[in-house]
Design a binder for this molecule. Structure first.
Ligand SMILES: [Zn+2]
Ligand SMILES: [Zn+2]
Length: 348
């Protein structure tokens, strides 16, 4: 089987490995159909590291993937050969206090597919077949387009980031900074939850056009519309909820300004390991609730439901598809935010 093995900075190769011939109890063998390139994969490829996690040996990257059950291990009742599934990349312990209280995004013993956060690194989904615990698989009831199902993980991340916010967004005003896949999915979620205004900022007009396609009511480019953006920050701010999905420092500052008094601030963008200076007193004096977020918790099933019922259609965010053999090119294209949104790898 073909595996996209990251061997170091800017060095990824398609290598042949033997297809697993046994499946452990409680596991299934997944035949991968599609895998999405995430910012994490881009960092691992272009920098040989993702923040503090440095690539120390060759391994298979990728954590956004869906496919079909190819073989079933002993004791697996919920899945059968042929089931189409999306895989939650979080390998959690189910026994630590955070897992037991439903907060598995903070599992104390977590591992993660396609991640160099642990030694040895955990092989991910950029390969034709891999064994996965059945408990991480979420099956769809009717066969669906894998191009859409591949969005389950980023959508789960967005649902998780929004799980600490007031549950109803009906008639709420929402600001999203950054219109990459995560920001655009936050727009789509805000839309189905009834937000009345969804304003999106990004320095890429291509990204803004995609945000409009999934529900933004107004799109603003800070390079052009800085005065309009600044006006939202007058007085005590304007938006009930701001979602920072860019990880760019100027956008963080904008979010601090435009969130209204008693509003919510959700940080989803990854700010890297640099110390970030934010006008903290401005947040405090407006009595804003700050919500951090990390990966996803139990929201994965809901993400799959929203995609299979079509309540969220991520199609406008799918910008490119490459074959496994083109993985280097795919990672180059995915890094160009003026061009790419979600880049998918087709393993069929
Ligand atoms: Zn991801
Ligand atoms: Zn745990």
């Amino acid at each position: 089987m073909r595996c996209c093995e990251l061997q170091g900075k800017k060095d990824i190769k398609v290598v042949e490995r033997a297809k697993p011939d046994t499946v452990a109890a409680g596991n299934v063998l997944v035949r991968v159909e599609r895998a999405g390139i995430c910012g994490t994969d881009i960092h691992y490829y272009h920098e040989g590291a993702n923040g503090a996690f440095v690539v120390q040996h060759p391994y298979v990257i990728g954590h956004e993937f869906c496919g079909v059950v190819d073989a079933v291990g002993e004791g697996v009742a919920a899945l059968s050969v042929g089931d189409q599934i999306a895989v939650d990349p979080n390998i959690i312990c189910h026994t630590c206090e955070n897992c037991r209280t439903g907060h598995s995004s903070q599992c104390m013993n977590a591992r993660f597919f396609g991640s160099a956060s642990t030694m040895p690194h955990v092989d991910g989904g950029f390969q034709e077949f891999l064994c996965v615990r059945a408990s991480q698989c979420h099956k769809v009831s009717e066969p669906m387009d894998p191009d859409r199902l591949a969005f389950a993980e980023p959508l789960a991340v967005v649902l998780h980031a929004m799980s600490n916010l007031p549950s109803s967004l009906v008639a709420k005003k929402v600001f999203v900074a950054g219109a990459g896949p995560i920001g655009a999915l936050a727009v789509a979620v805000a839309k189905i939850r009834g937000a009345s205004e969804i304003v999106v900022s990004d320095i890429s007009d291509t990204a803004l056009a995609r945000a409009k396609d999934v529900g933004a009511t107004l799109t603003l480019n800070p390079l052009r519309d800085s005065e309009v953006i600044a006006a939202f920050g007058k007085g005590k701010g304007y938006f009930d909820l701001v979602v920072e999905a860019s990880g760019a420092l100027p956008a963080v500052h904008t979010c601090v300004e435009v969130v209204r008094a008693f509003g919510h601030f959700a940080q989803v963008g990854v700010l890297g390991k640099a110390l970030v200076e934010i006008p903290y007193s401005r947040l405090a004096s407006k009595e804003v609730t700050f919500c951090g977020s990390f990966r996803n918790g139990p929201e994965f099933g809901e993400a799959v439901r929203l995609l299979e019922t079509g309540q969220i259609d991520p199609t406008p965010l799918h910008s490119h598809t490459f074959k496994a053999e083109q993985i280097s090119e795919a990672l180059e294209v995915a890094a160009d935010k003026t061009l790419a949104c979600k880049v998918l790898i087709d393993f069929t």
